[in-house]
Design a protein around this ligand. Structure first.
Ligand SMILES: Cc1ncc(COP(=O)(O)O)c(C=O)c1O
Length: 481
């Protein structure tokens, strides 16, 4: 096995890159459980990195439960359920029908999912202790002093220039060459999605969506009186393109939406070629794509994946994202790059709420410009990854053997599938009695699918309390089966 030397220009730490290479070999099956992995010296020579970098990488892989050190023998791939692919859910197969969207159950549940007094495994909400709260508060004070009037005035669209400049700079990592003028600042991704959908649809239109689909999007579709066609989705690769093409051929789709990187709830991430093909298909039918890339910065290892927007030559992609999963959900700062629909989207922003609070925009801009965003992201991604691993391990330990669970390579949600006679809504109600929330599967569907599935949030640091909560869920699931 020959490993190429590392490219030192990569933004991630060297030891993380080494760990990523070895982990990929393990996941692809080149290195099997029980195999000896290359010695520290060999790795040091092959990859052209220091011995301490290799040791650090191996320590990281040990922490992740993927390898173990054996005295006097070296490092070996561990026997661990985390390495098995057999436990992933199959691609989804929703009914091929257009549905009127009724997200009322999701709306009701959403309130409970956000109750701070319960263990929040339901909402995909990161624990604020993972955010650089002190630094942001300090920067906000500075911003208010530096721009006292701007912060209290109406501000012109498309938003504060320093923030649009930083967003354009950051999106270069996603493969996009944009100017600040192409970016419109919004109140989070939620508003970006809302405005983009309003710009390209009218009530009664049908939108093609992933299945299962982020329930917040279903709530938006319902509020705009839009209908939805759920498309089969692969838990690792995303939307199944043949099915999309079949739907487009029938000619009644007004727009398509996807979470392109580490989607919610499946955690899937489309490959570059998949992204290109998806866009080619939509271009052929001239259908706009609303791309939600809110999790794009949260890849556990290696470089950030590209956005579909990176391939957009015709202005058909309406890119949406925010800092809610990386820096602050409360400041409500997001953005959209609406391509050829920019004027319309800006008009809609103006009549909806005029502008996004300047103090919030400038605080995020200041953090992105000189707050150590890359360092923060490295820590955050590592924290999310460890939490996903811990949670997966607990699922294997406490849930029935037949349980299937996704294996995301970024983001922080897990999608759990229990055999088909299981009712996750019942689990939701029972778990609430024990002060635990989960997100039942059916709220991610307009067709009532996924009653035997649920989503777990791994945005909370691992603790004994969390482990106890998973144990309790395991008991409840066993009882129901
Ligand atoms: C896929 C997806 N899009 C959008 C949002 C909402 O993001 P924001 O807080 O930026 O409005 C979420 C939040 O969970 C999400 O998971």
């Amino acid at each position: 096995m020959n490993l190429k030397p590392l490219e030192k220009l990569d933004r991630t730490n060297l030891y993380e890159q080494v760990a990523y290479r070895v982990q990929s070999l393990i996941e692809e099956g080149t290195l099997q459980p029980g195999d000896r992995i290359p010695s520290v010296r060999r790795m040091h020579k092959q990859m052209n990195v220091s011995i301490s970098t290799v040791l650090e990488a191996y320590r990281l892989l040990e922490d992740r439960g993927l390898i173990e050190a054996r005295p006097q023998s070296g490092y070996f791939v561990k026997q661990t359920p985390l390495l098995s692919h057999r436990d992933e859910p199959n691609p989804s197969a929703p009914p091929r029908r257009i549905y009127t969207v009724d997200a009322s159950i999701a709306l009701g549940i959403n309130v409970a999912l956000r109750d701070p007094n319960i263990i929040r495994l339901g909402a995909a909400v990161p624990d604020p202790q993972l955010f650089p709260v002190k630094a942001l508060n300090r920067l906000m004070g500075q911003v208010m002093r530096q721009y006292p009037e701007t912060c209290h005035a109406y501000n012109p669209l498309p938003g504060c220039e320093p923030l649009r400049h930083e967003v354009a700079r950051r999106l270069m990592d996603a493969g996009c060459s944009l100017t600040p003028e192409q970016i419109l600042i919004t109140n989070g991704t939620t508003e970006a999605l809302h405005l983009c959908l309003r710009a390209v649809t009218k009530p009664g239109d049908t939108v093609a969506i992933e299945s299962p689909c982020y329930y917040g999007l279903l709530e938006i579709l319902e509020s705009l009186h839009l209908r939805a066609l759920e498309l089969p989705t692969h838990p690792r690769d995303g939307l199944i393109l043949e099915e999309l093409e079949t739907a487009l051929k029938q000619g009644n789709i007004a727009a398509c939406t996807v979470v392109s990187n580490f989607s919610n709830p499946l955690g899937c991430c489309m490959s570059d070629s998949h992204k290109k093909q998806l866009l080619e298909i939509l271009e052929r039918y001239d259908i706009p794509l609303i791309e939600d890339d809110i999790y794009g910065d949260l890849k556990f290892d290696g470089n950030r994946p590209k956005a579909i927007k990176a391939y957009d030559r015709k202005g058909l992609v309406m890119y949406c994202a925010s800092c809610s999963k990386t820096l602050s959900a409360g400041l409500r700062v997001g953005w959209t790059v609406p391509g050829r629909y920019q004027t319309k989207v800006e008009q809609l922003k103006l009549i909806t709420n005029i502008n996004t609070a300047a103090a919030n925009q400038l605080t995020i801009a200041s953090f992105l410009a000189n707050g150590g965003y890359d360092r923060h992201l490295r820590q955050l991604r590592r924290a999310y990854q460890e939490q996903v691993i811990r949670m997966t391990q607990a699922i294997y330990e406490y849930f029935p053997d037949e349980t299937k669970v996704t294996r995301p390579k970024g983001g922080y949600v897990l999608w759990v599938e229990i055999p088909s006679n299981f009712d996750s809504m019942m689990l939701y109600h029972q778990a609430l009695q024990d002060n635990i929330s989960i997100a039942p599967g059916s709220i991610f569907s307009v067709s009532g699918s996924y009653q035997n599935c649920f989503r777990l949030n791994c945005g909370i640091p691992w603790s004994d309390q969390l482990e106890q909560a998973l144990k309790t869920l395991g008991v409840l699931i066993h009882q129901q089966l």
